[in-house]
Design a protein around this ligand. Structure first.
Ligand SMILES: NC(=O)C1=CN([C@@H]2O[C@H](COP(=O)(O)OP(=O)(O)OC[C@H]3O[C@@H](n4cnc5c(N)ncnc54)[C@H](O)[C@@H]3O)[C@@H](O)[C@H]2O)C=CC1
Ligand SMILES: O=C(O)C(=O)CO
Length: 386
């Protein structure tokens, strides 16, 4: 039998039992659930990553919905357990849901929610921060300073790359990739080359308009190009940032061969998912090419790094914090809670998961809809007319 798991309970007499596998930032998400007659149970276990057995113990015999985390393995076993307990709703507190077997959820009729939009700018800002940290060698220089090694200005000290006028490459120009591209183009006057399965029309229009604005001010304009292959981006760009979903088509998209295609002094940033990069090949490439630099928020075997990565001076590494701003994390918790609540209450699905602002307005009640359910079509769930 699974060990009991410690929980904090809110509104013990609520009609619907909703579980959150982790404490989440803010209180709005808890209040919204309580107002709609939910008993909210928040797992307070100390261990960071809950096992499938821990979550089965949390679900118990009666559970209407679960808010879970990207570190958890939501497959057949958990959806079967949730379904047995009468549950029909699950939401990741994340936009990425590669940890969720959506086919298994469909089999048990469980709606799967995610949290798009609210983390777009926050995540893009971290990708921009990593681009700068890598190009200007900020972490190396900080360590040097703290080690007491600075004994005066030198012409060669921590020379890095200038971004202005260089080319930024974006692989996966969806919500986050496009927001990042705009920051780099507008902020640093970089030219853009991107690769995506779909045309990023709004992004193209923005770069065109910004280029015209610069030209009309007598400045060097910026340009964009939609690449016909990923290799074209790798060959041409000086800074490359990865923003695709993780699926079969993007697993090890960056590998030994693709790394060899990139410029020797290029910068690679990954704020998508670790397995998009073959991390063993990356470590080898960093060793062979000291002027090649990376900024990584995500890792192939989180929470671990592949051997050798931690020793590489040309790598900046942070622990999957790209969406970690207070506003975003509270908003993610709210969207995840409203996905679960909406399904429990039988609400329809919000028409445009890219426009979730009405759910985040603290001064008005949220719309009676589920903000984003990824398997709505497969489950035949109705779309809101709001
Ligand atoms: N590090 C972090 O904390 C965070 C990571 N993420 C990751 O970022 C991903 C993207 O998020 P959004 O921009 O909101 O999603 P999105 O769905 O708006 O964008 C993903 C883009 O990837 C493109 N794509 C899919 N397969 C591709 C391929 N084979 N080659 C090139 N492009 C491809 C899609 O067409 C789409 O435009 C999430 O799925 C998640 O894994 C998201 C938020 C925070
Ligand atoms: O939302 C996601 O997909 C994350 O990785 C965490 O914000």
């Amino acid at each position: 039998m699974a060990k009991p798991v410690s929980v904090e309970v809110w509104n013990p007499n609520g009609k619907y039992r909703v579980i959150s596998t982790k404490p989440m930032p803010g209180t709005r998400w808890i209040n919204l659930l309580i107002e709609q007659d939910c008993r909210v149970e928040i797992c307070t276990e100390k261990k960071t990553i809950l096992s499938v057995e821990d979550i089965i113990a949390l679900i118990g015999n009666k559970c209407d919905g679960v808010i879970g985390q990207l570190t958890e393995d939501w497959g057949d076993t958990l959806f079967a357990a949730l379904s047995r307990a009468g549950g029909k709703a699950f939401s990741n507190m994340a936009v990425g849901y590669n940890n969720v077997d959506v086919n298994a959820a469909n089999k048990y009729g469980v709606a799967v929610g995610n949290t798009p939009g609210v983390l777009t700018e926050t995540t893009a800002e971290l990708a921009a921060s990593l681009s700068l940290a890598a190009s200007r060698r900020i972490v190396e220089a900080d360590e040097f300073m703290r080690a007491g090694l600075y004994d005066g200005w030198l012409p060669h000290l921590f020379v890095g790359n200038l971004l202005k006028g260089q080319t930024v490459g974006v692989i996966g120009a969806g919500r986050i990739g496009s927001a990042y591209a705009r920051m780099m183009v507008e902020g640093f006057k970089m030219n853009l080359i991107y690769y995506d399965l779909y045309q990023a029309t709004r992004l193209e229009k923005f770069v065109t308009a910004y280029g015209e604005f610069l030209k009309s001010n007598g400045e060097q304009p910026v340009y964009w190009k939609r690449a016909s292959s990923m290799d074209e981006v790798l060959r041409e760009a000086d800074v490359i940032s990865l923003h695709p979903v993780l699926d079969k088509t993007t697993y090890h998209l960056i590998n030994k061969e693709s790394l060899a295609t990139m410029k020797k002094e290029a910068i690679l940033v990954n704020c998508s998912r670790g397995p998009v990069v073959d991390e063993v090949a990356l470590v080898e490439h960093l060793k062979q090419n000291p002027m090649f630099r990376v900024g990584l928020d995500v890792f192939e075997d989180e929470p671990f790094m592949k051997p050798g990565l931690a020793e590489m001076k040309n790598a900046v590494v942070v622990p999957h914090i790209a969406s970690a701003s207070k506003w975003t994390r509270e908003g993610m918790a709210t969207l995840a809670a409203l996905n679960v609540l909406g399904k429990i209450k039988g609400y329809p699905i919000w028409g445009d998961p890219n426009q979730v602002a009405p759910f985040l307005n603290e001064n008005a009640p949220p719309p009676a809809a589920c903000p984003s359910i990824v398997n709505a079509k497969a489950l035949g769930l109705p779309v809101s007319k709001l």
